[in-house]
Design a binder for this molecule. Structure first.
Ligand code: SF4
Length: 102
């Protein structure tokens, strides 16, 4: 199993990080959640499904297969300059939001 976070949907609540701190983390400085494992260990599959179902903005997507999907987990990539600018624009639209401190 793999899991990905849509970084444009994430509302930076930190709920997934509190639930599974070894699987999710919040990026500084904006608090957007990232996945910090390439694959989810079997023992955590149920917990990851629960975290995905509890995300208030449905930003967490579970990929049941470990292979055959060309999506990459958010931990695999660093944000491009264009992505960073989109996040900065999002932050400007949401002043006073979560500061992302972990
Ligand atoms: S629970 Fe959802 S909205 Fe909250 S930090 Fe995690 S991915 Fe983002």
């Amino acid at each position: 199993m793999r899991v990905v976070v849509d970084q444009y949907l994430c509302g930076t609540t930190g709920q997934c990080v509190l639930t599974l701190p070894g699987t999710f983390r919040q990026r500084e400085p904006d608090g957007v959640a990232e996945v910090c494992v390439a694959t989810v260990p079997q023992a955590l599959h149920a917990a990851v499904r629960l975290a995905a179902s509890q995300c208030p903005v449905a930003a967490i997507r579970v990929i049941e297969s470990d292979a055959g999907d060309d999506e990459r987990a958010s931990a695999d990539t660093a944000p491009s300059p264009a992505e960073a600018e989109r996040h900065a624009a999002k932050d400007r639209r949401k002043p006073g939001g979560h500061d992302g401190t972990v």
